[in-house]
Design a protein. Structure first.
Ligand code: AHM
Ligand code: MG
Length: 334
Protein backbone atom coordinates (compact mmCIF):
# COMPACT_ATOMS: atom_id res chain seq x y z
CA UNK A 1 0.00 0.00 0.00
CA UNK A 2 1.06 3.55 -0.67
CA UNK A 3 0.48 4.40 2.99
CA UNK A 4 2.82 1.62 4.10
CA UNK A 5 5.44 2.68 1.62
CA UNK A 6 5.20 6.09 3.15
CA UNK A 7 6.13 4.75 6.54
CA UNK A 8 8.88 2.33 5.55
CA UNK A 9 10.47 3.93 2.51
CA UNK A 10 12.12 6.86 4.21
CA UNK A 11 13.24 9.54 1.78
CA UNK A 12 15.99 11.30 3.70
CA UNK A 13 17.31 14.63 2.51
CA UNK A 14 20.66 13.00 1.65
CA UNK A 15 18.99 10.35 -0.48
CA UNK A 16 16.80 12.97 -2.11
CA UNK A 17 19.73 15.19 -3.11
CA UNK A 18 21.78 12.21 -4.33
CA UNK A 19 18.80 11.15 -6.49
CA UNK A 20 18.59 14.63 -7.95
CA UNK A 21 22.30 14.53 -8.78
CA UNK A 22 21.96 11.43 -10.90
CA UNK A 23 20.15 13.74 -13.32
CA UNK A 24 23.49 15.56 -13.70
CA UNK A 25 26.04 12.86 -14.59
CA UNK A 26 28.89 15.42 -14.59
CA UNK A 27 28.31 16.09 -10.89
CA UNK A 28 30.88 14.54 -8.58
CA UNK A 29 28.81 14.61 -5.43
CA UNK A 30 30.33 17.87 -4.17
CA UNK A 31 26.93 19.45 -3.71
CA UNK A 32 25.67 16.54 -1.59
CA UNK A 33 28.73 16.83 0.59
CA UNK A 34 28.25 20.58 1.02
CA UNK A 35 24.59 20.12 1.85
CA UNK A 36 25.32 17.43 4.42
CA UNK A 37 27.49 19.95 6.28
CA UNK A 38 24.68 22.53 6.20
CA UNK A 39 22.27 19.89 7.48
CA UNK A 40 24.64 19.08 10.33
CA UNK A 41 24.69 22.76 11.30
CA UNK A 42 20.89 22.85 11.30
CA UNK A 43 20.66 19.77 13.52
CA UNK A 44 23.11 21.30 15.96
CA UNK A 45 21.22 24.59 16.13
CA UNK A 46 17.92 22.75 16.52
CA UNK A 47 19.23 20.91 19.58
CA UNK A 48 20.79 24.08 21.00
CA UNK A 49 17.57 26.08 20.53
CA UNK A 50 15.50 23.36 22.20
CA UNK A 51 17.82 23.26 25.21
CA UNK A 52 18.12 27.04 25.53
CA UNK A 53 14.84 27.62 27.36
CA UNK A 54 15.55 24.87 29.87
CA UNK A 55 19.13 25.94 30.51
CA UNK A 56 17.90 29.39 31.38
CA UNK A 57 15.20 28.15 33.77
CA UNK A 58 17.67 25.94 35.60
CA UNK A 59 20.04 28.86 35.94
CA UNK A 60 22.81 27.06 34.10
CA UNK A 61 23.74 30.07 32.03
CA UNK A 62 27.11 31.44 32.97
CA UNK A 63 27.51 29.52 36.25
CA UNK A 64 30.58 27.45 35.49
CA UNK A 65 33.91 29.25 36.12
CA UNK A 66 32.06 32.54 35.86
CA UNK A 67 32.41 32.12 32.11
CA UNK A 68 29.46 33.48 30.19
CA UNK A 69 27.57 31.02 28.11
CA UNK A 70 27.89 31.92 24.46
CA UNK A 71 24.87 33.58 22.93
CA UNK A 72 22.95 31.21 20.74
CA UNK A 73 23.41 33.28 17.57
CA UNK A 74 27.17 33.52 18.09
CA UNK A 75 27.38 29.80 18.81
CA UNK A 76 25.29 28.92 15.75
CA UNK A 77 27.49 31.09 13.57
CA UNK A 78 30.66 29.33 14.75
CA UNK A 79 29.13 25.93 14.13
CA UNK A 80 28.10 26.82 10.56
CA UNK A 81 31.43 28.47 9.69
CA UNK A 82 33.40 25.46 10.96
CA UNK A 83 31.10 22.93 9.29
CA UNK A 84 31.26 24.78 5.95
CA UNK A 85 35.03 25.26 5.99
CA UNK A 86 35.64 21.62 6.94
CA UNK A 87 33.39 20.43 4.10
CA UNK A 88 36.28 21.31 1.77
CA UNK A 89 33.71 22.49 -0.78
CA UNK A 90 33.55 26.24 -0.10
CA UNK A 91 35.68 29.29 -0.93
CA UNK A 92 33.80 32.26 0.49
CA UNK A 93 31.27 32.48 3.31
CA UNK A 94 29.09 35.46 4.13
CA UNK A 95 27.27 35.39 7.46
CA UNK A 96 24.94 37.97 8.92
CA UNK A 97 26.94 37.63 12.16
CA UNK A 98 30.29 38.63 10.63
CA UNK A 99 31.14 42.09 9.34
CA UNK A 100 33.64 40.66 6.83
CA UNK A 101 33.31 37.69 4.49
CA UNK A 102 35.33 34.57 5.38
CA UNK A 103 37.82 33.48 2.71
CA UNK A 104 38.58 29.79 3.12
CA UNK A 105 42.30 28.87 3.22
CA UNK A 106 43.53 27.43 -0.12
CA UNK A 107 44.03 23.87 1.18
CA UNK A 108 40.35 23.59 2.12
CA UNK A 109 38.84 25.43 -0.82
CA UNK A 110 36.04 24.20 -3.04
CA UNK A 111 33.85 25.67 -5.77
CA UNK A 112 30.89 26.89 -3.72
CA UNK A 113 30.12 30.13 -1.86
CA UNK A 114 27.55 30.10 0.92
CA UNK A 115 25.64 33.15 2.19
CA UNK A 116 23.65 32.61 5.38
CA UNK A 117 21.94 33.99 8.45
CA UNK A 118 22.75 31.34 11.08
CA UNK A 119 19.96 32.29 13.48
CA UNK A 120 17.46 34.78 12.15
CA UNK A 121 14.90 36.34 14.47
CA UNK A 122 17.04 35.73 17.54
CA UNK A 123 15.24 38.48 19.47
CA UNK A 124 12.41 35.91 19.65
CA UNK A 125 14.44 33.24 21.48
CA UNK A 126 13.55 34.20 25.03
CA UNK A 127 9.81 33.80 24.48
CA UNK A 128 10.03 30.54 22.56
CA UNK A 129 8.86 31.87 19.19
CA UNK A 130 10.07 30.03 16.05
CA UNK A 131 13.40 31.16 14.61
CA UNK A 132 15.45 29.85 11.73
CA UNK A 133 18.57 29.55 9.60
CA UNK A 134 18.50 30.92 6.03
CA UNK A 135 21.06 30.03 3.34
CA UNK A 136 21.90 30.50 -0.32
CA UNK A 137 24.54 28.78 -2.44
CA UNK A 138 26.52 30.20 -5.37
CA UNK A 139 29.30 28.73 -7.48
CA UNK A 140 32.58 30.69 -7.79
CA UNK A 141 33.41 31.94 -11.25
CA UNK A 142 35.95 29.65 -12.90
CA UNK A 143 39.70 29.91 -12.90
CA UNK A 144 40.62 32.79 -10.67
CA UNK A 145 41.30 33.56 -7.03
CA UNK A 146 38.03 33.92 -5.12
CA UNK A 147 37.03 37.57 -4.65
CA UNK A 148 34.03 39.34 -3.14
CA UNK A 149 32.54 39.55 -6.64
CA UNK A 150 31.83 35.84 -6.39
CA UNK A 151 29.21 36.55 -3.73
CA UNK A 152 28.00 39.87 -5.17
CA UNK A 153 26.05 38.06 -7.87
CA UNK A 154 22.35 38.53 -8.66
CA UNK A 155 19.95 36.13 -6.97
CA UNK A 156 19.17 34.56 -10.36
CA UNK A 157 22.65 32.98 -10.21
CA UNK A 158 21.92 31.07 -7.00
CA UNK A 159 22.23 27.31 -7.42
CA UNK A 160 20.24 26.47 -4.33
CA UNK A 161 18.61 28.12 -1.34
CA UNK A 162 16.70 27.11 1.73
CA UNK A 163 15.86 27.65 5.36
CA UNK A 164 15.49 25.58 8.47
CA UNK A 165 12.78 26.54 10.94
CA UNK A 166 13.21 25.70 14.61
CA UNK A 167 9.58 25.52 15.69
CA UNK A 168 7.28 22.92 17.16
CA UNK A 169 9.16 20.67 14.79
CA UNK A 170 12.36 21.31 12.88
CA UNK A 171 11.62 21.80 9.19
CA UNK A 172 14.11 22.25 6.37
CA UNK A 173 12.83 23.71 3.09
CA UNK A 174 15.15 23.43 0.09
CA UNK A 175 15.26 24.25 -3.59
CA UNK A 176 18.01 23.18 -5.95
CA UNK A 177 16.35 24.95 -8.91
CA UNK A 178 13.80 22.20 -9.57
CA UNK A 179 10.89 23.01 -7.29
CA UNK A 180 10.72 23.26 -3.52
CA UNK A 181 10.72 20.37 -1.05
CA UNK A 182 10.23 20.29 2.72
CA UNK A 183 11.87 17.85 5.15
CA UNK A 184 11.08 17.37 8.83
CA UNK A 185 13.67 16.26 11.36
CA UNK A 186 12.82 12.93 12.94
CA UNK A 187 14.62 13.40 16.26
CA UNK A 188 14.78 9.68 16.98
CA UNK A 189 16.54 9.02 13.66
CA UNK A 190 18.43 12.29 13.54
CA UNK A 191 17.43 12.49 9.87
CA UNK A 192 15.43 14.98 7.82
CA UNK A 193 12.63 13.05 6.09
CA UNK A 194 10.74 14.31 3.03
CA UNK A 195 7.34 15.40 4.36
CA UNK A 196 6.37 18.22 1.97
CA UNK A 197 7.18 17.10 -1.60
CA UNK A 198 6.97 19.66 -4.40
CA UNK A 199 5.55 22.63 -2.47
CA UNK A 200 3.47 25.03 -4.59
CA UNK A 201 2.26 28.30 -3.11
CA UNK A 202 -1.48 28.98 -3.66
CA UNK A 203 -1.99 31.38 -6.58
CA UNK A 204 -3.80 33.84 -4.31
CA UNK A 205 -3.92 34.01 -0.52
CA UNK A 206 -6.08 35.32 2.29
CA UNK A 207 -3.31 36.56 4.59
CA UNK A 208 -1.05 39.62 4.62
CA UNK A 209 2.00 39.84 6.86
CA UNK A 210 3.73 43.12 7.72
CA UNK A 211 4.94 45.18 10.67
CA UNK A 212 2.09 47.67 10.62
CA UNK A 213 3.71 49.71 13.39
CA UNK A 214 5.78 51.31 10.63
CA UNK A 215 2.70 52.49 8.70
CA UNK A 216 3.17 56.19 9.40
CA UNK A 217 6.38 56.19 7.33
CA UNK A 218 5.17 54.05 4.40
CA UNK A 219 5.06 55.28 0.80
CA UNK A 220 1.86 55.58 -1.30
CA UNK A 221 1.73 52.14 -2.96
CA UNK A 222 2.41 50.19 0.25
CA UNK A 223 -0.20 52.25 2.12
CA UNK A 224 -2.74 51.71 -0.65
CA UNK A 225 -2.02 48.00 -0.80
CA UNK A 226 -2.47 47.39 2.94
CA UNK A 227 -5.62 49.53 2.92
CA UNK A 228 -7.00 47.31 0.14
CA UNK A 229 -6.21 44.18 2.21
CA UNK A 230 -8.47 45.54 4.96
CA UNK A 231 -11.09 47.32 2.86
CA UNK A 232 -11.20 45.54 -0.50
CA UNK A 233 -13.15 47.43 -3.16
CA UNK A 234 -13.58 44.51 -5.58
CA UNK A 235 -16.20 42.67 -3.53
CA UNK A 236 -13.71 40.13 -2.09
CA UNK A 237 -13.36 39.47 1.66
CA UNK A 238 -10.76 41.34 3.70
CA UNK A 239 -7.48 39.48 4.28
CA UNK A 240 -6.35 38.30 7.72
CA UNK A 241 -3.24 39.80 9.28
CA UNK A 242 -0.56 37.45 10.64
CA UNK A 243 2.84 38.75 11.71
CA UNK A 244 5.26 36.82 13.87
CA UNK A 245 8.28 39.07 13.38
CA UNK A 246 10.49 36.11 12.58
CA UNK A 247 11.13 35.97 8.85
CA UNK A 248 11.50 32.20 8.53
CA UNK A 249 8.21 31.59 10.33
CA UNK A 250 6.34 34.31 8.42
CA UNK A 251 7.70 33.12 5.07
CA UNK A 252 7.05 29.45 5.89
CA UNK A 253 3.39 30.19 6.63
CA UNK A 254 3.16 32.28 3.44
CA UNK A 255 4.64 29.44 1.39
CA UNK A 256 2.24 26.83 2.76
CA UNK A 257 -0.99 28.85 3.11
CA UNK A 258 -0.45 31.55 0.48
CA UNK A 259 -0.71 35.32 0.83
CA UNK A 260 1.91 38.03 0.96
CA UNK A 261 4.82 38.94 3.24
CA UNK A 262 6.17 42.46 3.00
CA UNK A 263 9.00 44.41 4.57
CA UNK A 264 8.75 47.64 2.58
CA UNK A 265 11.11 50.57 2.51
CA UNK A 266 9.82 53.64 4.32
CA UNK A 267 10.76 57.27 4.98
CA UNK A 268 13.07 56.28 7.82
CA UNK A 269 14.62 53.21 6.14
CA UNK A 270 14.30 53.52 2.35
CA UNK A 271 15.74 50.01 1.91
CA UNK A 272 13.64 48.38 4.60
CA UNK A 273 15.34 46.07 7.06
CA UNK A 274 16.01 42.72 5.45
CA UNK A 275 19.38 41.81 3.92
CA UNK A 276 19.66 41.07 0.22
CA UNK A 277 22.18 38.23 0.20
CA UNK A 278 21.01 35.94 2.97
CA UNK A 279 17.37 36.97 3.59
CA UNK A 280 15.80 38.52 0.47
CA UNK A 281 17.52 36.30 -2.16
CA UNK A 282 17.02 32.84 -0.63
CA UNK A 283 13.36 33.54 0.24
CA UNK A 284 12.68 35.08 -3.19
CA UNK A 285 14.33 32.09 -4.86
CA UNK A 286 12.11 29.67 -2.92
CA UNK A 287 8.97 31.72 -3.67
CA UNK A 288 9.65 31.73 -7.42
CA UNK A 289 10.48 28.03 -7.39
CA UNK A 290 7.12 27.41 -5.66
CA UNK A 291 5.22 29.41 -8.29
CA UNK A 292 5.04 32.73 -6.45
CA UNK A 293 6.79 36.06 -7.01
CA UNK A 294 9.19 38.39 -5.20
CA UNK A 295 9.43 42.12 -5.91
CA UNK A 296 11.40 45.01 -4.39
CA UNK A 297 9.03 47.85 -5.27
CA UNK A 298 11.16 48.52 -8.35
CA UNK A 299 12.13 45.18 -9.87
CA UNK A 300 12.12 41.42 -9.62
CA UNK A 301 14.01 40.78 -6.37
CA UNK A 302 16.35 38.13 -7.82
CA UNK A 303 17.57 40.60 -10.48
CA UNK A 304 19.17 42.85 -7.85
CA UNK A 305 22.95 43.00 -8.08
CA UNK A 306 24.23 43.67 -4.56
CA UNK A 307 27.22 46.01 -4.18
CA UNK A 308 27.87 45.26 -0.53
CA UNK A 309 27.53 41.98 1.31
CA UNK A 310 25.23 43.32 4.04
CA UNK A 311 23.06 45.46 1.74
CA UNK A 312 19.31 45.73 2.44
CA UNK A 313 16.30 45.90 0.10
CA UNK A 314 12.54 46.28 0.44
CA UNK A 315 10.72 43.01 -0.25
CA UNK A 316 7.22 41.93 -1.21
CA UNK A 317 6.91 38.18 -1.71
CA UNK A 318 4.31 35.44 -1.82
CA UNK A 319 1.36 34.27 -3.92
CA UNK A 320 1.58 35.20 -7.61
CA UNK A 321 -1.65 37.20 -7.76
CA UNK A 322 -1.06 39.07 -4.50
CA UNK A 323 2.42 40.22 -5.55
CA UNK A 324 1.02 41.14 -8.95
CA UNK A 325 -1.30 43.62 -7.21
CA UNK A 326 1.50 45.40 -5.41
CA UNK A 327 3.53 45.48 -8.65
CA UNK A 328 0.62 47.22 -10.38
CA UNK A 329 0.38 49.82 -7.60
CA UNK A 330 4.09 50.65 -7.90
CA UNK A 331 3.86 50.76 -11.71
CA UNK A 332 0.92 53.21 -11.47
CA UNK A 333 3.04 55.47 -9.23
CA UNK A 334 5.75 56.01 -11.88
P1 AHM B 1 17.33 40.21 13.14
O1 AHM B 1 18.38 39.96 12.09
O2 AHM B 1 17.67 41.31 14.09
O3 AHM B 1 16.89 38.94 13.82
O4 AHM B 1 16.09 40.80 12.34
C1 AHM B 1 15.51 40.06 11.32
C2 AHM B 1 14.05 39.89 11.64
C3 AHM B 1 13.33 39.03 10.64
O5 AHM B 1 13.33 37.71 11.05
C4 AHM B 1 11.95 39.61 10.66
O6 AHM B 1 11.28 39.41 9.44
C5 AHM B 1 12.18 41.07 10.92
O7 AHM B 1 13.42 41.15 11.58
C6 AHM B 1 11.14 41.70 11.77
O8 AHM B 1 11.44 43.05 11.91
P2 AHM B 1 10.50 44.04 12.76
O9 AHM B 1 10.72 43.68 14.17
O10 AHM B 1 11.02 45.40 12.39
O11 AHM B 1 9.10 43.83 12.30
MG1 MG C 1 18.54 38.25 10.28
Amino acid sequence: HAADAHRTDLMTITRFVLNEQTKHPESRGDFSILLSHIVLGCKFVCTAVNKAGLAKLLGLAGETNGEDQKKLDVLSNEVFIKALVSSGRTSILVSEEDEEATFVEPAKRGKYCVVFDPLDGSSNIDCGVSIGTIFGIYMIKDGHEPTLDDVLQPGTNMLAAGYCMYGSSCTLVLSTRSGVNGFTLDPSLGEFILTHPDIKIPKKGKIYSVNEGNAKNWDGPTTKYVQSCKYPTDGSSPKSLRYIGSMVADVHRTLLYGGIFLYPGDKKSPNGKLRVLYEVFPMSFLMEQAGGQAFTGKQRALDLVPEKIHERAPIFLGSYDDVEEIKNLYAAEE
